[in-house]
Ligand binder design. Structure first.
Ligand SMILES: Nc1ncnc2c1ncn2[C@@H]1O[C@H](COP(=O)(O)OP(=O)(O)OP(=O)(O)O)[C@@H](O)[C@H]1O
Length: 276
């Protein structure tokens, strides 16, 4: 199980004066020398559940997932993974996590198989187990035909599938994927969606961010909506829009995004009354 409570993260602004003088609506998250990327984020994901993390551009999804993966350190709040505090037991918790984002990458000059074997060795898998794991993941992610090609010779969809294989080579017990299907064609998207379902069916908690509400409707048990650094909804998908209808989810999402932005501008934000 993953539990995030009251998470916050701010970044120092390179040029605070110039940023404050920019044209357009001022961003209420810029205060003094800091930009408060994540201000109050809550999220729960049980084993065998898929949680969709959604929000407008710049809402704080990637920052949240990077905090959750241990890549960034929070300024406040807590992250518990299977009852362990990420920032007290960093190494042990990070080993439990399979994380991909736009910045996690592979060695371009190595083949898919060479990359996977390299990362398997880093995680301490023995030779036979590493090979078995590579076979298994190449089959699950439909990479068999490309496993001996160098990364630099692959399309972005194939690279993303190889990237996912790398993220889970060590059999993590928690899956965190940042926009796993962005830029993928229909076939690759299907492969990634099926892979997420496989992880869920194996009893793992899965959190992924997306802009595709059809994926939310198809995959998610719970939804977490972030607007301007604040969680505005965290609960079962059914409670969000009364079902799985994509149009209803879209309407509710649009309304929540607008009211979240208005609330952020007015300051004094209360956490969402919808939270279940
Ligand atoms: N290192 C950083 N320094 C300063 N600001 C940052 C930094 N990282 C993120 N931000 C800001 O924090 C806000 C949230 O960024 P984040 O990437 O988490 O949003 P997001 O919800 O993932 O957006 P998108 O949907 O566009 O990917 C943005 O305004 C971004 O510019």
């Amino acid at each position: 199980m993953i539990e995030i409570r009251g998470l916050s993260k701010r970044f120092a602004i390179h040029n605070p004066k110039e940023a404050a003088e920019q044209e357009g609506e001022p961003d209420p998250r810029q205060r003094g020398r800091f930009f408060h990327s994540v201000e109050s984020v809550h999220l729960t994901c049980e084993p065998g559940q898929v949680v969709g993390l959604v929000g407008p551009n710049g809402a704080g999804k990637t920052t949240t997932l990077r905090l959750l993966s241990g890549v960034l350190k929070p300024d406040g709040g807590s992250i518990l993974v299977e009852g362990e505090d990420l920032h007290r037991n960093g190494d042990s918790v990070r080993r439990k996590i399979g994380f991909i984002s736009a910045t996690t990458g592979l060695y371009e000059r190595l083949s898919v198989q060479e990359n996977l074997l390299y990362f398997a060795r880093l995680y301490g898998l023995d030779k036979r187990d590493s090979m078995a794991r590579v076979e298994e993941l190449c089959e699950q992610l439909d990479l068999g035909l490309f496993r001996h090609r160098r990364l630099m010779d692959l399309s972005s969809g194939m690279k993303q599938r190889a990237n996912i294989a790398r993220a889970v080579i060590h059999r993590p017990s928690v899956i965190i994927f940042d926009e796993p299907t962005t830029g993928l064609d229909i076939m690759s998207t299907e492969t990634v969606i099926d892979f997420i379902k496989m992880q869920r069916d194996a009893g793992l908690p899965v959190i992924f961010s997306t802009h595709h509400l059809e994926e939310v409707s198809l995959l998610c048990d719970r939804l977490s909506v972030i607007v301007q650094g604040h969680t505005r909804f965290d609960g079962p998908l059914e409670a969000f829009a009364g079902g799985r209808d994509t149009t209803a989810i879209r309407h509710r999402f649009m309304a929540l995004s607008q009211s979240g932005q208005d609330a952020a501008l007015e300051e004094g934000i209360d956490d969402c009354a919808d939270m279940a």
